[in-house]
Design a protein around this ligand. Structure first.
Ligand SMILES: *Cc1c(COP(=O)(O)O)cnc(C)c1O
Length: 404
């Protein structure tokens, strides 16, 4: 009984959420986050508001902490994808407007309304759920934004239908059009055809705004620019911009620092997250011995293998090993050997490497500022994806450690 009780106590004390024990962690540099927000603000002209996207746990960086910094740095709005994400911010005491960019289940509408989260509405049926919930809650003048589909092919009312929807919103007696927005499909590309597609989307959006005005309704805050358009299309900023990825230090695909410099736009972003682990074991291998599941790698000569406690269960995806992703120890690059496991992976440090010791730090990706030579963008390029998917893919098992 006593032993059992003690065991229970120890378990409670070493709560994984409060004690930072594991070698594998994501360091979140809040100074870099502040820098990025300030760099973005420099691009905006006076009345343009800033809505910072903190959906998907702030692209993997920790929603509450990042949102708090965003508020301190003067964000006017925060953007989430789900009601739960909005509630998490409200429970953390954040009281600036929160827009929900994605759609929710009718069962979640009451939660949305109770927490003063602004939904993007795009048809009358969906809109009615919010009208009803406001009635039940005794709320009037509840702000909703109209989502317009100008060519993203996702949620949104057709531009020509926007006026009709705006009228229906005002007729509910409980809801009010607080804004209108659209989302670009190709603004992160620099090809002429892509640029002209974005322009077409923008024109259609302005037509939708006009349709709302023609229906005798003030459209409120007009917004359409994601990160790429925030950087590349100042004429499309309108009343508010909604950047996400650039806040976390990554350029929006082709709209990178080199491209912007050519346009005389100077914006310096710093990756906010550093994913790191430690060498937890160094083992010598003889020529012919294999590493990992499937025996996909067999030592061609005698070497030493460092075992790292990070795997696809942490977001270090299995396909990284076959696409040339490496890791860094004291600034030097080492290749991953064999298949990445769920909880561990193995890297080749060469025979008797005097630079590498057990418990040394290993960097998977991070900011150049800290001497790291591999970013989430580099990994994304090697593995045919975008930086968003790499940082968002770091799982909840990896503790976020916030640094100022
Ligand atoms: C995610 C999202 C954004 C932010 O996109 P970034 O490319 O990260 O800037 C803006 N608007 C909508 C509707 C989104 O879904």
């Amino acid at each position: 009984m006593t032993a059992g009780g003690q065991h229970c106590c120890i378990f409670l004390i070493f709560d994984y959420n409060t004690v930072n024990m594991r070698a594998t962690k994501a360091i979140i540099n809040l100074t870099s986050l502040r820098n990025n927000i300030r760099e973005i603000k420099k691009l905006l002209k006076a009345p343009t508001k800033l809505c910072i996207s903190v959906k998907a746990n702030a692209y993997g960086h920790g929603a509450v902490e990042c949102a708090k910094v965003a508020v301190e740095e003067g964000a006017d709005f925060l953007a989430v994808a789900t009601p739960e994400e909005g509630v998490q911010l409200r429970n953390a005491g954040i009281n600036i407007p929160i827009i929900m960019l994605s759609l929710c289940d009718p069962q979640e509408v009451e939660t949305v309304v109770k927490n003063d989260i602004t939904p993007f509405v795009f048809d009358e049926e969906y809109m009615q759920y919010f009208a009803k919930a406001c009635q039940n809650e005794g709320k009037t003048g509840y702000h909703v934004h109209i989502a317009v589909d100008t060519g993203m092919g996702r949620i949104g009312v057709r531009p020509t239908e926007a006026g009709k929807l705006a009228s229906a919103i005002e007729k509910t007696g409980t809801l009010h059009v607080g804004g209108i927005g659209t989302h670009f499909a190709l603004s992160d590309d620099t090809a002429e055809t892509s640029k002209s597609y974005t322009k077409t989307q923008f024109t259609l959006f302005l037509e939708a705004v006009k349709a709302v005005k023609d229906a005798g309704i003030e459209p409120g805050i007009c917004h359409c620019s994601n990160s790429a358009a925030t950087l590349d299309c100042p004429e499309m900023h309108l009343d508010m911009v909604r950047p996400g990825i650039i806040v976390y230090g990554y350029y929006a695909d082709k709209i990178d620092e080199t491209y912007l410099a050519k346009k005389n736009v100077s914006v310096h972003l710093e990756p906010v997250m550093t994913l790191q682990t430690k060498v937890c074991s160094i083992r010598s291998f003889s020529k012919g011995q294999s590493v990992g599941y499937g025996r996909t790698w067999i030592a061609p000569e005698d070497t030493d293998i460092a075992v790292l406690p990070i795997g696809y269960g942490d977001g270090m995806l299995r396909r990284f090993s076959t696409k040339g992703v490496s890791v860094f120890i004291h600034g030097k690059r080492y290749p991953i050997r064999g298949r990445i496991c769920m909880d561990q992976c193995m890297v080749d440090i060469g025979k008797n490497n005097a630079d590498v010791h057990r418990w040394d730090d290993v960097i998977i990706f991070g900011s150049e500022k800290n001497g790291v030579r591999q970013s989430a963008e580099d990994i994304a390029r090697l593995t045919d994806t975008i930086s968003y998917e790499i940082t968002t893919g770091i799982t909840s098992r990896v503790q976020r450690v916030f640094q100022n």
